[in-house]
Design a protein around this ligand. Structure first.
Ligand code: MN3
Length: 222
């Protein structure tokens, strides 16, 4: 009997690998960990429905094609050559997987490392001025998209992208390694903040995982 179940299990795993190259990882914290700044229901729907849909749609779009063998990063390098459904859903999957890492509960938010803070002061004048510029990019992104803090040759800059585009894609106006990002799609904030995107952006700073941001910035310098 045990052998029978083992066989079923192996078959199930094998089938999953063939038909679902990309998988949805669980959130790195509880759904309510970002309360009251970002509410539990929003996190449940955002991760379990929206992010899951990007993964499922991506897997369906690449099934049986050469794209199935490529990593998301490899797809992004030539994303202009692939169908729009792949650009949107590969971007959606990669962006959200990273976005979750940049948040944590308010009590664990911490502060930028000394190295990161020095770079922020050098490139933006001060931490407050950096936040102002990031908030501006997030608020002014028309429709759906993302605001990003990226690093390129040690220099920090702020950009925004439409839809699920990201600064790794060949179509990006400005490319770089993301060290912080914010989802400004309405699905990220509408339940709690409705049309008040600026309130959501302000709340985001209360749950930024500065340890993660600092680590990614310092790793980008190596
Ligand atoms: Mn989203």
């Amino acid at each position: 009997m045990k052998k029978y179940f083992t066989t079923i299990f192996i078959l199930a795993v094998a089938t999953t690998n063939i038909f679902a190259q990309h998988t949805l990882a669980p959130l790195p914290y509880a759904y309510d960990a970002l309360e009251p700044y970002i509410d539990k229901t929003t996190m449940e729907i955002h991760h379990d429905k929206h992010h899951a849909a990007y993964v499922n749609n991506l897997n369906a779009a690449i099934k049986g094609t050469d794209m199935e063998k490529l990593s998301l990063e490899a797809l992004f390098k030539n994303i202009s050559k692939y169908p729009m459904v792949v650009r949107n859903n590969a971007g959606g999957h990669w962006n959200h997987s990273l976005f979750w890492q940049f948040m944590t509960s308010h009590d664990k938010s911490g502060a930028p490392s000394e190295k990161l803070l020095t770079a922020i002061v050098k490139d933006f004048g001060s931490l407050d001025k950096f936040k102002e510029q990031f908030n501006d990019a997030a608020a002014k992104r028309f429709g759906s998209g993302w605001a990003w803090l990226i690093v390129n040759n040690g220099k920090l800059s702020i950009i925004s992208t439409p839809n699920q585009d990201n600064p790794l894609m060949d179509i990006a106006e400005v490319k770089g390694t993301p060290v912080l990002m914010l989802d400004v799609w309405e699905h990220a904030y509408y339940l709690k903040y409705q049309n008040r995107r600026t309130e959501y952006i302000k709340a985001f700073w209360e749950v930024v995982n500065w340890n993660e941001v600092s680590q990614r910035f310092e790793a980008s310098l190596k």
